[in-house]
Design a protein around this ligand. Structure first.
Ligand code: FES
Length: 210
């Protein structure tokens, strides 16, 4: 029976150690990386966070939407330029601007813009020249030239829109609430604006004159 050569066995063992040593070193230098899947709670946190972010985004968009004008000039809801040439003389019939849904009236009290919609149920009162008043065709409400209520089921006078008048010398006048603009004497009007984006509720029944 042949016996193993001890010297030869030692040499083989040393060669084996020399081959495996670097591999062990690499294995120690690169620890195993394990990516744990998010737990159910973490997943719910992510969903919750995304929902909050979406909500804040929508809120920001809505804020920007309200902060900037949504209507263009000459579009109902925006500012209408009104040609000063069309301004009625004192006591004349109001001038109706159909696209803006308003009447420009000029009474002894001054200039005003009246919303052309009845305050009862929303019909469109017409100017009746023979009676010199607005008359609603639906249920008979009647209004004076300045929009104040005369009779009928309407709960108040016609609503107003703010008016701004610019004169040739650069001065300006603006209506305040239901108070009309008294025109400046000896001044030429170069521009009139009616803001249909801000409706002022008409006067109640106890108010008989502006
Ligand atoms: S809608 Fe004008 S009186 Fe009724």
């Amino acid at each position: 029976m042949a016996t193993a050569n001890p010297a030869k066995s030692d040499a083989a063992s040393r060669a084996s150690i020399a081959r495996t040593a670097p591999e062990s070193a690499v294995a120690q230098a690169q620890p195993a990386v394990s990516v744990a899947a998010p737990s159910r709670r973490e997943f719910l946190y992510y969903i919750w966070g995304a929902s909050i972010a979406l909500m804040l985004g929508q809120f920001g968009a809505a804020t920007i939407w309200f902060a900037f004008p949504r209507f263009r000039e000459g579009e109902f809801g925006g500012v209408f330029p009104f040609d000063p040439v069309e301004l009625p003389s004192t006591g004349d019939a109001p001038f109706f601007v159909a696209s803006g849904r308003f009447h420009v009236a000029h009474t002894d009290g001054g200039v005003m813009a009246l919303y052309g919609v009845c305050t009862h149920l929303g019909c469109l009162p017409k100017w009746a020249p023979t009676n010199e008043r607005f008359e609603c065709p639906c249920h008979g409400s009647k209004y004076r030239a300045d929009g104040t209520w005369i009779e009928g089921p309407a709960p108040r006078g016609l609503d107003h829109f703010p008016v701004r008048i610019v004169y040739s010398d650069g001065s300006e006048a603006e209506s305040a609430g239901l108070t009309p603009i008294v025109l400046a004497e000896n001044k030429q009007i170069v521009r009139i604006e009616v803001n249909t984006g801000r409706r002022i509720l008409g006067p109640g029944h106890d108010v008989t004159a502006l």
